[in-house]
Design a protein around this ligand. Structure first.
Ligand code: C2E
Ligand code: MG
Ligand code: MG
Ligand code: MG
Length: 281
């Protein structure tokens, strides 16, 4: 344990197993401060129509640079946020911030800027009845039409408590929002929910997409997801497109949309708006 001269706080540096709990606690404490103190930001990654190449949406992804200047991956801090319950204020912040940015893009464009924004909702948030109220408040606060918002859910969100979640999902749909099933194919749920829930889009997980050109099994899985979506009247977005060849192959297979480093990495809001005007002119 070292004492920071600057802040006088005690910071934990050990990585031994028995200190992991304490380390998690310090991450949690600092994350709480980051949410309250405005230290989080959102980056925006374009989602493109594979046929035309036009940007149709941006996915909002939370970014956190800690007080020591370390940029942590959401894969590291979102699980901590979920375990500690901090995902509720974090998710509320992200929803409000994403709607604020979308309204700012519209204002800068002199009207509807032409894209929607996708925001991730954690299973823990979905299990709370108030989540639709939270989303409505965020839309209202920034005068955004619900049709401009896509909510990304994971299969784990649905497995936990299907009946309760069905009710909440309908309340979200009543706001006009679109629903996307994120990381589709990686959950371990049965597929019955696809019939029952008003899901608009399946996002094919990156693990099936990247490397699929050299792997017939991955192609088979991608094809199966595409035909499932088509049969159920859902749209499809492929995650993790890093090459032109992949984009062309997916378009030829009938996938609607694509997201990945080929188009752009997640960008700060002002850069995302500039990308939009250069892409879609
Ligand atoms: P996700 O929702 O599946 O988001 C897509 C992730 O894939 C992002 O990682 C993005 O940067 C990355 N990605 C996009 N294109 C490519 C590509 O071509 N190649 C590679 N290798 N990666 C690509 P990121 O931003 O690190 O976020 C990771 C996960 O953290 C997200 O996965 C999402 O599940 C979660 N997350 C991020 N922000 C939030 C949030 O505000 N709320 C919640 N509940 N979860 C969030
Ligand atoms: Mg997502
Ligand atoms: Mg995803
Ligand atoms: Mg993913």
């Amino acid at each position: 344990v070292k004492r920071s001269k600057k802040s006088g706080r005690t910071e934990v540096y050990q990585t031994r197993a028995f200190d992991l709990a304490r380390q998690q606690f310090s991450v949690e404490t600092e994350l709480r401060r980051a949410i309250d103190g405005g230290a989080l930001t959102l980056s925006y990654q374009p989602i493109c129509d594979l046929a035309s190449g036009r940007i149709v949406a941006f996915e909002a992804l939370t970014r956190w640079t800690t007080e020591r200047g370390v940029a942590l991956s959401p894969c590291e801090f979102i699980p901590v946020a979920e375990e500690s319950g901090l995902i509720v204020p974090l998710g509320r912040w992200a929803m409000h911030e994403a709607m604020r940015e979308l309204a700012a893009w519209d204002a800068a464009s002199g009207g509807d800027c032409g894209v929607s924004v996708a925001v991730n909702l954690s299973a823990i948030q979905l299990q709370r009845d108030q989540v639709a109220t939270m989303v409505r408040d965020a839309l209202d606060a920034h005068g955004v039409n619900g049709r401009r918002l896509t909510i990304e859910l994971t299969e784990s969100a649905i497995v936990a408590d299907p009946d309760r979640v069905t009710h909440t999902i309908r309340a979200l749909k009543d706001l006009g929002t679109r629903l996307a099933m994120d990381d589709f194919g990686t959950g371990y749920s049965n597929l019955a929910y696809l019939q029952k829930l008003p899901i608009d889009t399946l996002k094919i997980d990156r693990s099936f997409v990247s490397g699929m050109l050299a792997d017939r099994d991955k192609v088979a899985i991608v094809r199966a997801i595409l035909s499932l979506a088509q049969a159920l009247g859902m749209q499809t977005t492929a995650e993790g497109i890093e090459t032109n060849e992949l984009a062309q192959t997916l378009a030829a297979l009938g996938c609607n949309y694509g997201q990945g480093f080929l188009y752009a990495r997640p960008l700060p809001g002002d850069q995302a708006l500039r990308l939009l005007s250069s892409f879609n002119q």
